[in-house]
Design a protein around this ligand. Structure first.
Ligand code: NIG
Length: 385
């Protein structure tokens, strides 16, 4: 089936062959066949693409962007922690300990309950323009429950990340090294068929730099992509260790040292900023302007989870990145699409170049600046792909 979307006011392609990395065309059209982009150009040239079987659609001057790539989420959970959020807003600080509350509610949920919760969350994201989502395990923390989360998450996305090293579960308190052995051995073996990546929460109250290094190496030996939660709550050696290990992404990066920024800028590692967490935990926002200017590749993601960031809105993250982190709207959109794709090691999403997946999002707006200019408003009108 051939579809031609015409009369696009502003088309953001993120195709660097069209001038700069953003590849923005005004007065454009885009064609796709069976879900793959086959042509992009000016609307004035689109007439010659039409034949009897082409479905021709009219964007009526609106903006069109690549679907968002939400490259960091913890969607596989049951329960909620609104009281914890209210306590934080009243002055409590966030700690890794709250994760165990969600581990208990998630373990207690049936497969079907978890499946329905995931279905609802993925649909909520899609309605807001997210067409690619990464989902972490991490609220199971036994072999059986981590496999269950990975298996169910895999029904909804190709990008499932093993986060057995989220926190040390209650059953292993005081025996962290035994738990790390389990994560690197039996648990990893059991989840491997369902996951494409491994992650670790490297922070006080979770896993040390040495333990994290071991976990990442075990994942890498299995051919998994590697990610790390680092510098979320404080500073440590974690970011530099991760860059040395060539991780695909360092995620959070709220408390970076100058040496972390240098190391990231010289590496291929993506820094995934998660402004929803800084918002919901009342932390300072990272200085994205400085990071981009230093040459760091920045992605933006929601970190959707019931503890530190219960939002599914990539547009909300873009608005914060522009308002409080110094990014331009165009940089923030790139980070929420192409940047996320880079952190997941994929090139066919996050852009609308010929040959990429036709994950096409039409905004009820004349240009992408409205994503930040109209915070809290879902501007997504139609989603394909
Ligand atoms: O990325 N930092 C660890 N994991 C999540 C929080 C999970 C939770 O609090 O339930 C995060 O912020």
């Amino acid at each position: 089936m051939t579809t031609l979307l015409r009369n696009i006011g502003e088309l953001v392609t993120n195709d660097p062959t069209r001038g700069d990395r953003y590849g923005i065309l005004n007065g454009a059209a885009i064609e796709w066949v069976d879900g793959i982009v086959t042509w992009v150009g000016l609307d004035t040239e689109a007439g010659s693409r039409v034949n009897a079987s082409t479905e021709v659609l009219d964007a009526e001057g609106r903006a069109v962007i690549p679907g968002f790539v939400d490259s960091h989420t913890h969607l596989a959970f049951a329960g909620e922690r609104s009281l914890e959020f209210a306590a934080r807003m009243a002055g409590e600080s966030y700690s890794a300990g709250g994760i165990t509350t969600t581990v208990a509610t998630t373990r207690a949920a049936s497969d079907d309950e978890l499946r329905e919760l995931l279905r609802g969350r993925v649909a909520e994201m899609r309605a807001q323009g997210t067409t690619t989502v990464e989902i972490k395990t991490g609220y199971g923390l036994t072999v059986e429950h981590e496999v269950r989360l990975a298996r169910i998450a895999r029904e909804f996305t190709d990008h499932v990340t093993f986060l057995g090293a989220h926190v040390v579960p209650a059953e292993y308190l005081g025996q962290t090294s035994d738990y790390v052995n389990l994560v690197c051995g039996e648990m990893l073996d059991a989840v491997a068929p369902f996951v494409t990546a491994i992650d670790v929460f490297c922070e006080d109250g979770a896993f040390s730099v040495d333990q994290s290094q071991r976990i990442l190496s075990a994942g890498k030996e299995r051919g998994l992509l590697t990610h790390i939660h680092a510098a979320q709550l404080g500073q440590s050696e974690s970011v530099r260790m991760a860059v040395t290990h060539d991780v695909a992404s360092v995620d959070h990066g709220t408390f970076l040292l100058d040496s972390d920024i240098d190391a990231l800028a010289k590496s291929d590692t993506v820094l995934t900023l998660l402004p929803g967490s800084d918002f919901s935990t009342r932390q300072p926002y990272p200085d994205a302007r400085r990071l981009v200017d230093a040459g760091v590749t920045v992605a933006l993601a929601t970190n959707c989870n019931p503890g530190s960031s219960y939002t599914s809105s990539m547009a909300f993250c873009i608005a914060i990145a522009v308002r409080d982190m110094g990014m331009t709207p165009t940089e923030a959109l790139w980070s929420a699409t192409a940047g996320g794709a880079q952190s997941l090691g994929v090139t066919t999403v996050g852009n609308l170049a010929v040959g990429s997946l036709a994950h096409v999002v039409e905004l009820d707006a004349p240009n992408h600046i409205h994503l930040a200019y109209r915070p809290g408003v879902n501007l997504v009108r139609r989603v394909w792909g």
